[in-house]
Ligand binder design. Structure first.
Ligand SMILES: Nc1ncnc2c1ncn2[C@@H]1O[C@H](COP(=O)(O)OP(=O)(O)O)[C@@H](O)[C@H]1O
Ligand SMILES: [Mg+2]
Length: 434
């Protein structure tokens, strides 16, 4: 038998105790705490295991691929990219198991799209926007994905938007910077894969008529979203010297899109007299998240932070009107955190039967309250919004509508030992019948 070589980044006794000396496919479900979580379409055997109170994804693949992917995920983590977190690798001769932290509260596109109405354009658009944004982030960091697809991405809710996470880095390559050709090639792979993934969903729904054209249009649309974002980040407008307005406007646009500005550069435009060329280096897309953290200590997603900062601002403005005095930002933030957000998040989370995440529940509450108020033409207050959340009666198209498809991990079944039929990692226990 081949000798075992195990590398773990977390000294978890539960992980260490797993039967690594045997092939994953042969692990005894009676002895290992497998969890029957849904797995997206995959080439390799993927199983989920609970150890020390945490969930881990285990993927069986060749030694070469496992080492490559382990390294790739670590580099992505170091660069602050949104990818699943590599936790370890077990090598057994030519075979290996890659261990990643299970990405909590994420969905695969198939589960998500099958649970939403076919014409849920707003939800689909959020998914596509997230994927385009992930690809832009990877490319900005010199990562060629090589297999961008819906199946290789996980999605999580982030305020009123969606965040995409890379889950399969087997083909990823790192370069100092990507050439036009490399980016184009990656976009072509993405378009083909995404169209394929969407046709697959349509087929499972039994709605293949017109599905190919729609899928291709939507996949092409992801590329267009990518181009728009790429262009925004690489725009280098010329400005007249001594004219700060266009510069400020450009910076506001970037920050509005969530990019924290790292460096603003103004250099003489080559062919011009007095004209300057503006270029902006941006950091990770966490502008609002960093701002909220500085003010309140809350560490949330960029999309959630945008929503929460808006809420904080409107409360502070109200307090200032009521008290006829300025409320300093730091004081307003402390008050908002203790008197508004903390109780509000607890109530919203309770209304959603403690499913999902309290921060997201509060964002849902704000959104639903806003939509209901708009419909009524007056502020309806929290109660009707909490009621709507509790009864899953959120207005159609609301980002909060998706909260009903969230399945809390705690409620997912544990795999029981059944020697004749070992756990099938590819079963989705909550899939609609196909
Ligand atoms: N860390 C993780 N958290 C949540 N789900 C995961 C994780 N790793 C893998 N998965 C699930 O397993 C599926 C297959 O993983 P992937 O790495 O794409 O394997 P393959 O190389 O076989 O395609 C993913 O689509 C996802 O549903
Ligand atoms: Mg994959």
């Amino acid at each position: 038998m081949a000798a075992l070589e195990l590398r773990l980044r977390e000294a978890s006794p539960g992980l260490l105790a797993l039967p690594w000396h045997d092939h994953l496919a042969r692990w005894d479900p009676g002895a290992v705490a497998f969890r029957d979580l849904p797995v997206g379409p995959s080439r390799h055997l993927v199983r989920f295991v609970e150890a020390d109170g945490l969930l881990w994804a285990l993927k069986a693949l060749s030694r070469h691929s496992a080492l490559r992917e382990y390294e790739a995920l670590r580099v992505m983590e170091a660069r602050g990219l949104s990818a699943v977190r590599a936790a370890g690798v077990a090598l057994l001769g030519d075979d290996a198991v890659l261990v990643t932290r299970y990405l909590e509260r994420s969905w695969q596109y198939r589960r998500l799209l099958l649970r939403l109405p076919d014409d849920a354009e707003g939800h689909r658009a959020r998914l596509f926007e997230a994927l385009a944004s992930l690809l832009v982030d990877l490319h900005r960091n010199g990562v060629f994905w090589g297999d961008c697809s819906l199946a290789n991405t996980l999605f999580s809710r982030d305020g009123q938007v969606v965040q995409a996470w890379l889950v399969d880095a087997e083909t990823a390559e790192f370069h100092p910077a990507l050439s036009e050709g490399q980016r184009r090639a990656d976009l072509e792979i993405m378009t083909e894969n995404v169209a394929g993934g969407l046709v697959d969903v349509a087929a499972r729904r039994g709605a293949l008529a017109g599905a190919h054209d729609r899928a291709l249009a939507e996949a092409t649309g992801v590329g267009e979203r990518y181009q728009r974002l790429w262009e925004l980040l690489h725009r280098r407008p010329t400005v007249a010297s001594g004219a700060p307005d266009p510069v400020a406007a450009h910076l506001r646009t970037l920050e509005g899109a969530g990019f924290a500005v790292d460096e603003v550069r103004l250099e003489p435009a080559q062919d011009d007299t007095g004209q300057l060329r503006l270029s902006v280096e941006v950091a990770a897309r966490r502008f609002h998240a960093e701002r909220l953290r500085a003010l309140t200590g809350l560490d949330v997603g960029e999309g959630q932070a945008q929503v929460l900062l808006g809420d904080l601002r409107s409360h502070r403005e109200r307090w200032q009107r009521q008290r006829h005095t300025t409320v300093p930002e730091s004081l307003g933030a402390r008050e908002w955190l203790s008197d508004v957000f903390t109780p509000g998040a607890a109530r919203a989370h309770a209304a959603q039967h403690h499913r999902g995440d309290p921060v997201q529940a509060y964002c849902d509450l704000l959104e639903v309250r806003w939509l209901l108020s708009e419909r009524e033409g007056r502020d309806v207050g929290d109660e009707p919004a909490l009621e709507a959340l509790a009864r899953h009666l959120t207005p159609t198209g609301a980002a909060a509508e998706v909260s009903v498809v969230d399945v809390p991990t705690e409620e997912l079944p544990v795999v029981v030992a059944e020697p004749e039929s070992p756990p099938d990692g590819h079963r989705d226990p909550t899939s609609p019948p196909t």
